[in-house]
Each structure stands twice: as C-alpha cells, then as structure tokens.
Design a protein around this ligand. Structure first.
Ligand SMILES: NC(=O)c1ccc[n+]([C@@H]2O[C@H](COP(=O)([O-])OP(=O)(O)OC[C@H]3O[C@@H](n4cnc5c(N)ncnc54)[C@H](O)[C@@H]3O)[C@@H](O)[C@H]2O)c1
Length: 385
C-alpha cells in the first residue's frame, strides 16, 4: 500500500507492507546511491540492520553505523560521532542515509542527513510503532540538549518511508504500548472517528496481529494528515499533535527510561484533560475516555513512584512551546481540549496558557505513593531488614 504524505508543499511516499524486506531493499537500490549508510541503534542493528546491509552488499556499497539504544543517546555527541565515521568511510553527496529503527534513530539519522554536505538523501525504515505512525510523518528532526528534549534540530524531509509491519513482531511490549499511546492521542485530540476502532482493537497485552495493526496505522496517518497537510512545521494546526507532550516530555526526561515516550505522553494527556476539566472546558465523559483508552492500550494511568516531581516542574520551564505564547509568570503553554477532537485555540494556535500551580497539583495527585508500588520482594521482611 502506498500512501502519499503531504506536509505543506512537501510530498513523499509512505510504503506500508508486511513480510516484504526484499521489496524494501529493491526500493532502496532504485535510489542508486553511491553508498547506503544504514543507521541503527544497538538493539535494531542485529535484528534488521545487518540483514539489510547483507541484502544490499554485492549490489551496492553499504555500511552499518550503530549508536547506543535509548533516549539518552539522542544528542549532539552521537550525531557528531556517526557523521565523523560516515565521512571517514567515504560518504559523499550522492550517498543515502537510511534510518532503520525507532524514533530515536529516525531523529539522529534525520539530523545527520540534514547536516552532511548541507543535506543528503534520507530514507526512513521505521521499526517501532511510534516511528511508523508518528515520527516519520514529520519534517522535525530534533535531538536533546542537556536542558531538555528536542531542543536542537531542524526540518528535513525524507525521500520516502519504507515501513514493514512484520518488524513490529520483535518490538517489546512496552514499546508497543508506547506507540499505542500516540494512537490514543490521535483519537482524543484530532480524529474522534477512530474511537470505535480503538475500543474494539486495543489489547492491554499488546498482542496484535498484522491485520489488526494495519488499520490502526492507516487511521493514525490520516489523523496526522488532518493537521499537518497545511502546516509542515507543526506550529499552527499541527500543534494538536503536541497534546500530552508538555508534561509528557518533562516526565520522560526526568524518568530516565522508567517511562517510555508514549506512556509519558499518555500521562501528560491525563494531566491536560484533568486540568481542562477543572478549568471548566472538558466534560467528565471525555476525561474518562482518556483513562479508558489508555488502560485498554495497557498504559499506566498513574505517575510511577520515584519520579522527582520538582525535577519535572523544573523541566516544564524549558518546554519548547513556551515561546509561542510569550509567557511571563507561573504558567505553561499547553494543548488543552474543549471536547474530543477540538483543541482550544489562542490566536492562530491550538495552545493555551495554563496556570503552573494547577498543572503541578494535578500531577502530584496522579503520583503513586512509594509504599503502594514497592514489589513484595522489596518490602522489608524479617530477613532483609
Ligand atoms: N516528529 C518527530 O520527529 C517525532 C515524533 C514522535 C516521536 N519522536 C521521537 O521519537 C522518540 C521515541 O521513539 P521510539 O519510541 O521509537 O523510541 P526508540 O527509537 O528508542 O525505540 C524504542 C526501543 O525499541 C527498540 N526497537 C525499535 N524497533 C524495534 C524492533 N522492531 N524490535 C525490537 N526492538 C526495537 C529500540 O532499540 C529502543 O530500545 C523520541 O525521542 C521522540 O522525541 C519524534
């Protein structure tokens, strides 16, 4: 299946298939690159990166460049190290960077492609659900700074996206849940007509057949199209995609791996919905739908114990949407819903100023007290005190 991705004036094809790695390699070869630079993280390299390099070898020059897995590696140091390696091994203007991996690899490789020779061709081969239905459908290529998530980056388009749902079979459950949280976001913030599909197909154990995943992916791409078709920089209507991300990014950054990106966004959506409800904008039923869909997806609806909420509050101050509303006092710029699929707008953006104290109050209420979550083995007993 070929879907045309439209981001303002930018267009590129998204090929969605299943069990078609041979076809994927043929499509890569059609680009006639002087060199294929396959970028993977250390988990995806042995699963798919080596295989793709082997399939290309003999017919083209292909290198495998591997970075550490995880959000903590999405930084300038990693991008610099990979670019140095790529340049040393002969990457030139006619080379193609192929991002084989999740959203972290997609952003790292995307930035490499944008920077090397002031821009060389990029192909996304998304291997996580987040990457497949979210991060590759975007021109945003950002990495983290020491102060917060996605603070350094640029806009850059791939030549094409080559997605194969069969790679999701090896995706850990936690990562599948992470992707499904972004799907839930699309249903809540943009496309209410997805709700029935999700109520019928979300699985808390994340055991999805390929046939079940395809409509979910297609619907999510349709949701993205609704808000980014005329907003390729995602700074007007496309900002609805940031639903849950203000608090979500701060939680994800503070949790240091204890929360996946999607689960952090899921919690961020619950906070946003609760805040909107208390401000008198959102009804009880839509608030309840947030928890219902996230629970069905297998996601947590409480902030895990051990996450330092003062640190989260500190990170919230560096959210990259602040500048849009010119905030001065104790306030955050957030996407809030007035109803399902209907964000509240300030001037030309679906973004509103929210009292900081209210956000922190709701966040604290969502937090699990430490003593409730300690697993039995860690509880003090006569033997281990
Ligand atoms: N517009 C955008 O650019 C955009 C949009 C959404 C998310 N993002 C970014 O994407 C990142 C999150 O993406 P993610 O959740 O894919 O994270 P990720 O890339 O870290 O992947 C999650 C984990 O799954 C593993 N993995 C990936 N594919 C696998 C497979 N098929 N089998 C086994 N393991 C596999 C990875 O090694 C990693 O450990 C964040 O940094 C976020 O900021 C960017």
């Amino acid at each position: 299946m070929k879907i045309e991705i439209c981001l303002g004036s930018v267009r590129f094809p998204f090929h969605l298939s299943t069990d078609a790695l041979d076809e994927l390699v043929e499509r890569l070869l059609q680009l006639s690159a002087s060199r294929y630079v396959i970028v993977c993280d250390s988990n995806v390299a042995p699963l798919y990166g080596k295989d793709i390099v082997n399939r290309l070898s003999g017919r083209a020059v292909a290198d495998l460049l591997v970075h550490g897995a995880g959000e903590q590696h999405k930084n300038l140091q990693t991008v610099n190290d990979l670019m140095e390696t790529a340049l040393r091994s002969g990457t030139d203007r006619a080379s193609v960077i192929v991002a084989v991996g999740g959203g972290v690899t997609g952003n790292i490789a995307g930035l490499m492609a944008a920077l090397m020779f002031r821009g060389i061709r990029l192909v996304h081969v998304p291997t996580s659900l987040v990457a497949m239905l979210d991060s590759v459908y975007s021109l945003k290529q950002a990495i983290n700074s020491g102060l917060g998530k996605n603070l350094i980056g640029t806009f850059y388009a791939p030549e094409e996206v080559l997605a194969d749902t069969s790679v999701l079979r090896t995706l850990p459950r936690r990562e599948m849940i992470s992707g499904m949280c972004e799907v839930v976001k699309n249903a809540l913030a943009i496309r209410p007509q997805m709700t029935d599909l999700l109520l019928n197909s979300l699985q808390p154990d994340s055991n999805y057949a390929d046939e079940a995943l395809r409509p979910i992916i297609v619907e999510s791409l349709a949701a993205k199209k609704m808000v980014v078709a005329d907003d390729e920089q995602e700074c007007r209507a496309g900002m609805a995609l940031e639903y849950g991300h203000t608090v979500g990014h701060a939680l994800e950054y503070t949790a240091l791996g204890a929360l996946s990106h999607g689960e952090a966004v899921g919690l961020g959506m619950i906070v946003a919905a609760e805040v909107s409800h208390r401000l008198g904008h959102l009804d009880e039923g839509t608030l309840a739908l947030h928890r219902d869909l996230l629970s069905r997806a297998g996601a947590t609806c409480t902030v895990p114990a051990g996450i330092d909420l003062d640190e989260v509050a500190h990170r919230l101050r560096f959210d990259n949407k602040r500048g849009y509303l010119g905030l001065t006092g104790d306030a955050y710029a957030m996407v809030l819903l007035g109803a399902q699929g209907q964000p509240l707008w300030t001037d030309s953006r679906p973004l509103v100023e929210v009292p900081g104290a209210l956000v922190r109050e709701v966040l604290a209420e969502l937090s699990t007290p430490e003593e409730l979550v300690a697993p039995p083995s860690l509880m003090p007993t006569a033997d281990n005190v």
